[in-house]
Design a binder for this molecule. Structure first.
Ligand code: BEZ
Ligand code: FE
Length: 286
């Protein structure tokens, strides 16, 4: 179609895409174009602003490499990752869910650790943490034989692969739940840390006067055939950034009860798995 006025551009694009064979792709792309065009009209996007947006999109690629994905970070920092997670868990976004962002630091092949064992692989100063966890289904039945990956940052807010002073696989472990659905481990209380700010996302956070911190948390990935793989994080309840996580990962049910016990802490937490397909994500790092 020959375009005569700005109002016609949207219809021109939608009709050009009308023959898309895959119905889901058609639905997604049509909605994307409609919303994108409506957005440009709403803010009356100027040409210099559009050029800046393109520069930003190019930056997402330029700052992405084998160990860092700036596009995922951008999605995290505008809440899209959490929104997609919440839309796809908790009974299609209708009920509370135990799911949360995977984040960029999961590694496959965490060291298999006996139930109750330590995930410290090198000396790691900090307050001790004893975690006792239950994995159950929605009806309250324990799930035995679930594989649980645990990973966390150190008490100075660094994952082992960011910190030369930590041994390979420090603060990572793989557990298997017992017949009672329980697993336990000892560790140190993690600290919060900033998300990477060396790229375009860092520039965005700065321009928006936002801090880059995530509240302290422990990641869990729970795998058991017959259940949707549960990827989640449990947050330390005394962290000052709980209400302002740079990537919007904190939901009420994910705030753990880190109870003081002498010089250390205990955590008791229950994970509820939903029925579904047990698929593992692609690891962001090796
Ligand atoms: C993390 O929790 O590991 C994380 C999540 C999103 C962005 C950066 C880090
Ligand atoms: Fe993390």
């Amino acid at each position: 179609m020959i375009i005569e006025r700005q109002e016609q551009v949207t219809d021109a694009v939608l009709s050009a895409m009308a023959e898309t064979a895959d119905p889901r792709l058609k639905e997604i792309m049509e909605a994307l174009v409609r919303h994108l065009h409506a957005f440009a009209r709403e803010v009356r996007l100027t040409e210099p602003e559009w050029e800046k947006a393109i520069e930003y999109a190019v930056g997402l690629g330029q700052f992405t490499n084998d160990t860092h994905n700036e596009a995922v970070l951008a999605s995290d920092a505008v809440g899209l990752s959490t929104l997609v997670c919440l839309l796809n868990n908790g009974n299609g976004g209708n009920t509370e869910t135990a799911a949360a962002l995977l984040g960029p630091f999961w590694r496959m092949h965490s060291p298999r650790t006996e139930n109750g064992g330590s995930i410290l692989r090198s000396e790691t100063p900090g307050a001790t943490l004893v975690a006792s966890c239950l994995v159950r289904d929605g009806k309250g039945q324990p799930i035995a034989g679930a594989e649980v990956d645990v990973w966390q940052a150190s008490p100075i807010g660094m994952y082992e692969n960011q910190d030369e002073s930590q041994a390979d696989m420090n603060l990572r472990g793989k557990f298997v739940t017992g017949a009672d659905g329980r697993f336990a481990f000892t560790s140190v209380k993690p600290a919060g840390y900033p998300v990477p700010t060396h790229g375009v996302v860092g520039r965005m956070l700065e321009a928006q006067n936002r801090h880059p911190y995530r509240p302290a948390h422990i990641h869990f990935l729970i795998y058991k055939p017959g259940f949707k793989t549960l990827i989640t994080q449990v947050f330390v309840d005394d962290d000052k950034h709980l209400e302002s996580d740079a990537v919007f990962g904190v939901t009420r049910s994910l705030i753990g009860d880190f109870a003081r016990d002498g010089d250390g802490y205990t955590l008791d937490y229950t994970f509820v798995m939903e029925p579904g397909e047990a698929v593992l994500p692609v690891p962001p790092i090796k």
